[in-house]
Structure formats: structure tokens, C-alpha cells
Design a protein around this ligand. Sequence first.
Ligand code: PRP
Length: 189
Amino acid sequence: MVKGDNINDIIDHKLFSEDDIHEMCVRLGAQLTKDYAGKRPLVVGALKGAIYFLTDLTRQMDVAHQLDFLDVSSYGDGFESTGKIKVVTDLAADVKDRDVLIIEDIVDTGLTLKFMKDLIKKRGAKSVKCCAMLNKEARRNVDVDVDYFGSKVGNEFVVGYGLDFLNMYRNLPYVGVLKPEVIQKYMNK
Ligand code: PRP
């Protein structure tokens, strides 16, 4: 087996355990239940990273809502945002006059979130907010509000619970920091 194919081999240390993530979902779910009471929001999952967080978070929300997905991409298979964002798969729903809640796994530079918020606002949504599992605030280079988030995170390369490295390792049930040698191995290719 190629080293790096076994997901438990690639983690340097755990950052957020399954329990930590469950607590985030319970806390955020309670807050969203309060803030969206009676609003029937359209919950938009930002593909692909958000799906793990979305399924756990929404099951903690006691609010009738509808679900849709949006896939916009700026990273491709690279490590750094290209800054050029494109819609890969568009929403199915009409967002006009809707209260839209975007779910993200992580907000890094903020470019992806700003693009999504601007797009949804331009289409006439009544409100557009975001709930992210992690907020990498130190890397922000555009002005965008992360309205709700589970935790701040430093400038480390995190994977698991939706977060990927080369579209791999999303299925780790926790969030961990990738071993530097794994990154090195692929960067040298
Ligand atoms: C990741 C993540 C966010 C975005 C954050 O998505 O899920 O959407 O990057 O980065 P930014 O704040 O610098 O824009 P990515 O485009 O890698 O797609 P993925 O969800 O399929 O992993």
C-alpha cells in the first residue's frame, strides 16, 4: 500500500475530536433554532467539504428548512486558492425572498464565502448568513462575515470531517493536522 493511503497514518495530531464536533453542532444548532424560528430557511451546503458538518448540524436544528447545494471552486487540486472562483454546480432552488443559510466546513481567505454570499444576494435573497465549522481568521483577505462558527483555527493544514487534502481524507471522523511529510511528498511531485 502506498504510504498515505491509510488515513490514520497521515495525521500528526488531533485538533477536534468527535465529541468536540458534536458539542459545536449542539451549541450552533440551538442558536440557529432560536434565530431562524418561523423563517423556514433555505440551508445551502457548500460542496463538497460541508456535507459532514451539515448533516450533523441540521439534525440539531429544530427548524423546518429546505436543503440545497452549491459547488463553487477556487482551489482545484492545488494547495492555494487561485482567487478565480467558478460555479461548478449551481443551486436548484430560487433564492428570491428566502432566508439563506450557507453551511461551510471552513472559511479561510474568505473568497469562496464572499463569492457565494454576493451571488445569492444578487439573486434577491432576503438574508444570507453563513455557519462554518471552522474559522481560519488569520488567513482572511476579504471582508466577509462568518455569522456563526464552531471554533477558530490557526494556520495549520487541517483535514477530516469534510476537510480534504487533494480531495482525500474527508472521511476522518475528527479534524486533525496533516503530517508535514505528507504535504511535502505531494508538493515535490
Ligand atoms: C474549501 C472549503 C471552503 C473554501 C475556503 O473548499 O470547503 O469552501 O475552500 O477557502 P477560502 O476561504 O480561501 O475561499 P474547496 O474549494 O477546496 O472545495 P471542497 O469543499 O470541495 O473541498
